[in-house]
Design a protein around this ligand. Structure first.
Ligand SMILES: CC(C)(COP(=O)(O)OP(=O)(O)OC[C@H]1O[C@@H](n2cnc3c(N)ncnc32)[C@H](O)[C@@H]1OP(=O)(O)O)[C@@H](O)C(=O)NCCC(=O)NCCS
Length: 105
């Protein structure tokens, strides 16, 4: 098993719509558009994707972030990562100016 973690300072996201188009998949963009807390949502997605790369042992830039999807499943709408047709566990949390995510693969 490998784990990855990433912490995002939301104050560094100066242009959320531009970043969203760069890092979110089509499915995630639909979720983003429906959210009132867009910057929180985006920060959580960014943290989850970077945590996944860490767990994989890959550096930023080797895998397009849009290809790593963070979706919701089940009645309780827990998030999961969908990458190359495989599902992975992820946990995301927000408080104030920060979003954090942990991924196990
Ligand atoms: C998960 C939960 C504890 C959130 O806690 P919180 O302290 O308010 O908020 P946090 O910032 O720590 O967590 C929010 C993140 O938790 C994740 N999350 C949401 N539901 C979750 C769940 N059931 N299990 C695990 N993670 C969940 C989401 O990724 C969310 O971030 P996002 O909106 O950016 O995707 C709370 O939403 C909860 O209890 N959900 C369960 C709902 C449920 O079971 N409903 C049953 C309906 S039948």
């Amino acid at each position: 098993m490998a784990i990855g973690v990433d912490l995002v300072d939301l104050r560094r996201i100066s242009n959320p719509d531009r970043l969203a188009k760069k890092v979110l998949s089509e499915n995630e963009l639909k979720l983003y558009e429906s959210r009132d807390d867009k910057v929180n949502f985006l920060g959580g997605r960014f943290a989850a994707k970077e945590a996944f790369l860490k767990a994989l042992g890959q550096g930023l830039g080797q895998i397009p972030l849009q290809s790593i999807e963070v979706l919701y499943r089940g009645l309780n709408q827990a998030p999961y990562i969908f990458y190359q047709n495989v599902e992975y566990d992820v946990s995301i949390s927000h408080d104030g100016d920060y979003a954090i995510a942990v991924v196990c693969i």
